[in-house]
Design a protein around this ligand. Structure first.
Ligand SMILES: [Zn+2]
Length: 350
């Protein structure tokens, strides 16, 4: 039935670009949560922030007998200042799981305790080819070897501290968002802001057609997913099904692509619920939505976070395909349409 709905690709893309440009590493995702709240305001949902900071929006359904939920996360990878070195540069600790080489050379902001943002970049501590020769290639990229060079006049720890920098300050890497004429969106942190855009697209299309979900639906926007416990809290006690919307891993050996609605049937946490997997495939087939089933080798989700926290629900996972995940990522606008359509089919299904 979603073939008659109007899925606004421009709206989804614009919302995504705005979200991508809001810094939101895990622990500092409040601005992205607040922006998502603004985007949901035109729709008939009741919203609240839970103590942990996640956004919980409730959309009344035609029935209340088997409540459902969607979850997606706006928190992203990032880092924190671990140590101010004697030369004034900064050692970092990672927030979330990524390899240092994926952000090497990237511009960044250090968020100081007094609310300022200092500019800098992430480099290998032996960065210059003219000085270190082969060591630039051969040095292992680990916490010891990477440092932030601030674009400020400092050559000592004291001078850096005088700028307001302290251990525990957040460090945010530039997303470098680009939308190509061919419909690709290239950016860091498409995981999982692209999924949030897909949820918004589904809600807008359904609301625009005067439709409401078959069951009362909670839309949960998570702010601690990248560290594993995001959606552990925030759902109503009578929840029956949880559909996690998170990026699909595209790459060598994978079935997912950047265009389809991707259905994850198993990841590092094991299989998703068989009823959800089968229902999602059936819905995609009946509605003629291009879809792919897939398995992600090194991957966990907020749906599993709720299972581990004791949630007695059926969990499934779908999402837009993201190439080079937890790196400089890319997806295509077609995946917004197909994922939003599958979300809407799921919400509308009896
Ligand atoms: Zn994710």
């Amino acid at each position: 039935m979603t073939d008659k709905l109007n899925f606004d690709i421009d709206y989804m893309t614009e919302s995504l670009v705005q979200l991508l440009n809001i810094p939101s590493p895990t622990g500092l995702a409040g601005d992205a949560v607040a922006y998502t709240q603004t985007l949901l305001r035109p729709f008939p949902v009741e919203m609240k922030l839970i103590n942990k900071g996640a956004l919980v929006a409730t959309w009344a359904g035609r029935a209340d007998s088997a409540p459902r939920a969607l979850t997606a996360h706006v928190d992203t990878l990032g880092a924190m200042v671990k140590e101010i070195k004697v030369n004034g540069r900064l050692k970092l600790t990672k927030i979330g799981g990524f390899a240092w080489n994926t952000v090497e050379g990237e511009g960044c902001h250090v968020f100081t305790g007094d609310g300022r943002r200092l500019r800098g970049s992430l480099l290998l501590y032996k960065a210059s080819g003219h000085i270190h020769g082969a060591e630039v290639t051969d040095t292992k990229r680990d916490d010891e070897a990477m440092e932030v060079r601030l674009d400020e006049r400092t050559t000592s720890a004291a001078e850096t501290r005088a700028l307001g920098v302290e251990v525990g300050d957040f460090v945010v890497f530039d997303p470098r968002v680009e939308v190509s004429p061919a419909g690709f969106v290239r950016s860091r942190h498409l995981d999982d802001k692209a999924a949030v855009a897909c949820i918004l697209g589904a809600v807008k299309a359904m609301h625009g057609a005067g439709l409401q979900p078959a069951q009362r639906t909670t839309i949960h926007i998570s702010n601690y997913e990248e560290v594993g416990h995001g959606a552990a809290a925030g759902f109503p006690p009578d929840l029956v099904e949880l559909l996690t919307i998170d990026m699909a891993a595209v790459g060598m050996g994978q079935n997912s692509d950047e265009f389809s609605a991707c259905i994850c049937v198993k990841d590092s946490g094991g299989p998703y619920h068989i009823d959800m997997n089968r229902k999602l495939v059936k819905l995609a087939q009946e509605a003629d939505i291009p879809y792919k089933t897939d398995i992600y080798p090194f991957y966990g989700s907020d749906g599993e976070a709720y299972w581990r926290a004791g949630g007695d629900v059926k969990v499934g996972l779908i999402g837009p395909g993201v190439d080079a995940s937890h790196n400089y990522e890319r997806t295509h606008k077609d995946s917004f349409l197909n994922t939003a359509r599958l979300i809407a089919e799921y919400l509308l299904a009896e």
